[in-house]
Write a protein that binds this ligand. Structure first.
Ligand SMILES: Nc1ncnc2c1ncn2[C@@H]1O[C@H](COP(=O)(O)OP(=O)(O)OP(=O)(O)O)[C@@H](O)[C@H]1O
Length: 251
């Protein structure tokens, strides 16, 4: 595998993760080696229980490994202490969740600015311009003084995307970002993610069950039973569904 940090924004090597006691051990990941390429929109797919969330949590520094090593850029995060990990996550990683995870008591602007607030600083002039551009391109300009509950699900997810992109993180993790949205709104959100990657060079890793969502990605990595079993370039929803069916039959 190419391990250059010019091309890879994150990578895991020989990654293993087990849960439970010795008698009841569950191997969630088995010897996974994978690089996430810089500037690409990568989808991570696989059946329920195949290890997608575990892989994402470990790459984001939210969960520990049982074996193997993990890098974000050229920083090996496997050996970082908790407080260093928290700072690294705050500065270099963005998150978009299925349930939006906006702060209900903050207005939309303060939700978008939250990563800066948590980092104890204000956006620079250049960052302010970038945020204004994001707000305009996501159509949130008229909503900045509203609270999250006053917005539709699709609008809330757009706020979460603006928040995730605001600090220009090395990598945005999206966990089933369209899981709570209808199909038209899902397409809008996926188009925004694909555009962020194509036009701004934002690296994105998205966990999804949905072949249509995965078809927006540049690359699709399939997990089964804790291991990478396929690694595809851009594919149609039909190709992805066909592959998933084949994998289910083989299982
Ligand atoms: N905290 C935990 N304690 C015990 N077992 C766990 C824990 N987290 C995950 N597992 C187990 O690890 C395996 C992989 O789980 P994981 O959540 O990563 O799969 P997934 O592909 O994300 O599934 P889904 O699509 O259903 O969210 C499963 O067998 C799961 O039961």
């Amino acid at each position: 595998m190419d391990t250059s940090t010019d091309t890879l924004v994150a990578r895991v090597e020989g990654l293993g993760k087990s849960y439970g006691s010795i008698q009841n051990r569950v191997a969630a990941l088995r010897d996974v080696t994978l690089g996430i390429r810089r500037g690409e929109f990568t989808a991570i797919m696989g059946p329920s229980g195949s290890g997608k969330s575990t892989l994402m949590h470990i790459m984001a520094g939210l969960d520990s490994v049982s074996s193997g090593r993990v890098w974000l850029g050229d920083t090996e995060i496997t050996s970082l202490a908790d407080d260093a990990l928290t700072i690294l996550r705050r500065r270099r990683v963005g998150f978009v969740f299925q349930s939006f995870n906006l702060v209900p008591t903050l207005d939309i602007e303060d939700n978008i600015l939250l990563p800066f607030e948590l980092d104890g600083r204000r956006p620079s002039d250049a960052e302010r311009q970038w945020i204004d551009q994001l707000v305009a391109s996501l159509g949130l300009g008229a909503r900045l003084r509203h609270r999250p509950h006053e917005l539709s699900g699709g609008q809330q997810q757009r706020v979460a995307i603006a928040r995730a992109l605001a600090t220009r993180p090395d990598l945005v993790f999206a966990d089933e970002p369209t899981g709570n949205l209808d199909s038209r709104t899902s397409r809008e959100v996926l188009t925004l993610l694909a555009t962020a990657s194509r036009e701004y060079g934002q690296s994105i890793a998205m966990v999804t069950h949905d072949p249509i969502a995965a078809s927006y990605a540049d690359r699709i990595v399939f997990l089964a039973d804790g291991a990478v079993v396929r690694d595809l370039g851009k594919s149609t929803p039909e190709e992805i569904s066909g592959l998933m069916l084949g994998m289910e039959r083989a299982a």
